[in-house]
Write a protein that binds this ligand. Structure first.
Ligand SMILES: Nc1ncnc2c1ncn2[C@@H]1O[C@H](COP(=O)(O)OP(=O)(O)OP(=O)(O)O)[C@@H](O)[C@H]1O
Ligand SMILES: [Mg+2]
Length: 251
């Protein structure tokens, strides 16, 4: 199986402090990849490399290679990379002054990508359907996104990311601010979405990684300790630290 993304010898420095130590791993088409590990181990740092978000901060240095669909992302423009990689954060963050409709197509507006009215209508409906939000909001598309519940807002943010038709969806603890019902809704959604997009899911929640992912990475102190099929990592981990983490001994 040819990987969608190949990460090779990735090092990240925040000033003098090294946050990722020569991390190499592959992400695949139509799979969910969970990144887990204790707070501060580098999960968000790794995710931000995949859409080159670190470049917004001049004090961060990134070394290594990331090949996406056969192309080194550092040879593309940042805008091209961000179109291929949708990102969703821990706290739902719809644009507060925009309607639900405008939130979904915000990526087009912010990047000055022209859309005809019927094209926009189609993208809005399709993205909201994929994010399992359409039936709940189809009669109030012109109300503000911030009127929605937390779980609905998070699905709106997923719709906003999907609207750009990314190849990979990057989710940084997308359910940690949500109640259990909204969480299971998002978990079901993640499982449905993998038929159209590759997913990298950062999560603190070991059970969630076990429920939704096909591959699991365990990180510790900036190192990738273990990576493999979720079933294998969970049942016969190779590294003692992985085993300890999974049994709740730290983190
Ligand atoms: N902007 C920054 N400037 C300086 N150091 C940073 C910055 N962001 C992260 N770090 C440091 O890099 C290391 C990795 O941080 P990162 O946010 O990637 O961890 P994480 O695994 O996502 O943690 P959490 O589970 O708490 O979100 C930590 O030691 C953190 O303090
Ligand atoms: Mg984090």
């Amino acid at each position: 199986m040819k990987p969608l993304i190949e990460v090779r010898n990735l090092n990240v420095f925040y000033g003098e402090q090294q946050a990722l130590m020569s991390v190499s791993l592959d992400f695949y088409h139509n799979k969910v990849h969970a990144i887990m590990g204790p707070s501060g181990c580098g999960k968000t740092t790794l995710l931000r490399c995949l859409n080159r978000m670190h470049e917004l901060d001049p004090t961060v240095r990134v070394e290594g290679e990331i090949i996406l669909s056969g192309v080194n992302i550092f040879s593309l423009s940042a805008m091209q990379v961000r179109r291929m990689t949708g990102m969703v954060f821990q706290r739902p963050n719809p644009f507060p002054n925009m309607s639900i409709y405008d939130n979904v197509i915000a990526g087009y507006k912010l990047n000055n990508i022209p859309l005809k009215r019927d094209e926009a209508d189609q993208i809005v409906e399709e993205s909201l359907r994929k994010a399992a939000l359409w039936t709940e909001v189809k009669d109030k598309l012109h109300k503000r996104g911030t009127f929605l519940s937390g779980g609905q807002q998070q699905r709106l943010c997923i719709a906003r990311a999907l609207a750009m038709k990314p190849q990979v969806l990057l989710l940084d603890e997308p359910t940690s601010a949500l109640d259990p019902k909204s969480t299971s809704h998002i978990e079901e959604l993640i499982t449905e979405l993998k038929s159209t997009v590759s997913i990298v899911l950062v999560t603190h929640n070991i059970a969630q990684a076990g429920r939704v992912s096909d591959y699991t990475a365990f990180m510790y102190l900036g190192n990738l300790v273990e990576y493999g099929p979720t079933e294998k990592v969970f049942t016969v981990p190779e590294d003692k630290r992985t085993e300890e983490y999974l049994s709740g001994k730290f983190g």
